[in-house]
Ligand binder design. Sequence first.
Ligand SMILES: [Zn+2]
Length: 329
Amino acid sequence: MSWEAMQEEQPTVMSLLERSMNKDRVAHAYIFEGKAGAGKRETALLMAQRFFCVEKSGSVPCGECRECRRITHGNHSEVMFLQPEGASIKKAQVEMLQKEFTYKGMEARLKIYIIEDADRMTASAANSLLKFLEEPESPTLAILLTENAHFLLDTIQSRAQKIAFSPPSVERRRRLFQEREGTGEIAAGLLAKLAHVPGRENDAAQAEWIVQGRNLVIQLTEEVHQRLHSALLTLQDKWLVHFSDREELDIGLDMLLFWYRDLLSIIYGSDDITYFDQKATLERVALRFSEMEVVARLQAILEAKRRLRANANAQLLMEQLLIQLQEGS
Ligand SMILES: [Zn+2]
């Protein structure tokens, strides 16, 4: 990702880093804290490129020169990565890295550590790192990436500057999902909007599960407005089989919510539609509903989600919801 693209994605973070780099006031250690997909690793790479790029335009790294490409591909001699081996980052790993840096450290060039999942450092690994940061043989910058900085040792937290990344935008999440194996446009669009979807055997299976769930939403919404009896059968035979526990059912309800939100978008004349390939159907259904009638159905789904969290019986809850969706009360 380019510097400019990351600036669009994380404007606060990037202008903060830019200011400190322009003023030569870079800390010795940073904690990049943020959700997966927020761009922590990319930002660390961009920061490293900014130090080593030989073709900078102004202060923006080119991303193309030999130095930049080496950093991107993880084989730059001054930029080292550390990630968990098994469940944790161990002291031996930190020591290996230090040895390597000391060995190469003949010239006083800046050395950069990028530590992924830094909260998984063992206490002895973290202490070993701290010691090294406090007595560097040559200028050193450590960038610790984590989803939750609270899990880092206090001594590390107090010695590093913490930078909070915003959660990734839906559009960025959609792009990241679409790069995955077997994940098409439809699945990526839904995965990006859903808060959390439990993993399957692999990415393709997860995408397939989402697409099948989506097809059930389409079937159920068609039946519920025409023949409730069929909808109740679909609920029994397919819906409750596909969304087989509370977590999955909550996702099913979210996808149902998206469908009725689409209906509202159509009524408002907005193009922001999740079920974009269902536009003709949505437009047809929208003719029969007032804005308030759609809002009542959205509220019924939200109420069902609330009751699900309060441990209500899943089948009963869904049956009542279908009746509300049919009647709109
Ligand atoms: Zn460059």
